[in-house]
Design a protein around this ligand. Sequence first.
Ligand code: NAD
Ligand code: DAU
Length: 377
Amino acid sequence: MKNIVITGGAGFIGSHVVRLFVNKYPEYKIINLDKLTYAGNLANLKDIEDKPNYKFVKMDICDFDAFYKLMQDEQIDGIIHLAAESHVDRSIKDPFTFARTNVMGTLSLLQAAKLYWESLPEKYEGKRFYHISTDEVYGALEMTHPEGVPAPFSTKASSEAQHEAYGEDFFVETTKYNPHSPYSASKASSDHFVRAYHDTYGMPTIVTNCSNNYGPYQFPEKLIPLFINNIRHRKPLPVYGKGENVRDWLYVEDHARAIDTIFHNGKIAETYNIGGFNEWKNIDIIKVVINTVDRLLGRAEGEDLDLITYVTDRLGHDARYAIDSRKLQSELGWEPSLQFEEGIEKTVKWYLENEEWMDDITSGDYEKYYDDMYKGR
Ligand code: NAD
Ligand code: DAU
């Protein structure tokens, strides 16, 4: 029996990790710890909420006393830490909230785990603190490829070709940290604290840095669900700058599977990069999303291309992210299960079939936030 806390389990990636662990490991007790900020939504977990090995606890990760008590009461063996403020645009407007949750919140979890685990006879034996981080801590890569990126629709073969084309111009595990946004600075800081708890106290920690995720249950302030919803309602699609920035996209369930593999088989104190060699210029991926939505809604393909609206660029907008995940692939045998074509088709279908989920989120407070954000550009 293992007792595992997954923080941020009501969010986008966290809900996929909770679902995977609850279904795959009936012998574990999975505790989803989440404050339920604007980004947390228990509707993401409706299908597993009644399972006997699942428990939800509403808690702020900054509440040291409450978390220490939870560690004791539930005899926690493992922590998979995803709770965070995660949206770059919000971090530009309100950096303090990001420092509080992402830095102080992570430190609070680390210190509570340290005190509890060090009080046990077996101490750190069989324990694990696994911190989920992002590729954004590494900063930005140059747009070295003359045509931007190979597109559209990568295949496994073209992923390898992409690696060839870019040579060594990827983020690897030893790339120096160089965060630019308040969000990535807060994540970088939390990563350093996690490593410091290993180096100073011997806590069994692991850190992973993943590229952009896409898939069901993503909060619709992020590019792909926001644009799917706007296309559905024929609202403008705000493309920052020239739409030339490059992101490396991974289907969220593949990230969850990587987390499972690394939680169980990763080496203590190691870092693993997670990504699928799937780079896209924003404007290219946006066109794929428009064509897919139009086709699935029975509209003429490309009918909504004129919704594209170029707006003021994001401040400090990182040019390109690209993850080299070969260490994870060769040492632990993980690889992405989906081709991008399948992933994006599944994703668009899911949002179109789950209008109620989307409409619940996009009504009320969020609608006002989004309108203000859009007008601000
Ligand atoms: P999300 O914003 O969808 O979800 C974050 C969750 O954390 C929400 O459920 C929210 O309620 C919870 N939370 C926020 N503050 C909290 C607090 N103080 N106490 C307790 N819970 C709190 O985020 P996501 O996109 O699912 O990202 C999850 C993690 O993965 C983050 O750490 C993020 O940095 C990292 N990550 C995300 C991506 C991506 O593409 N989305 C890529 C790489 C890494
Ligand atoms: O790389 C991993 C990161 O990916 C995670 O750590 C973050 O939590 C996650 O939010 C994501 O960050 P991005 O800033 O890359 O994601 P976002 O969906 O906000 O934006 C993707 C790209 O699209 C980025 O270049 C900005 C651009 N964009 C975004 C929005 C919301 C637009 O052009 N218009 C938009 O309206």
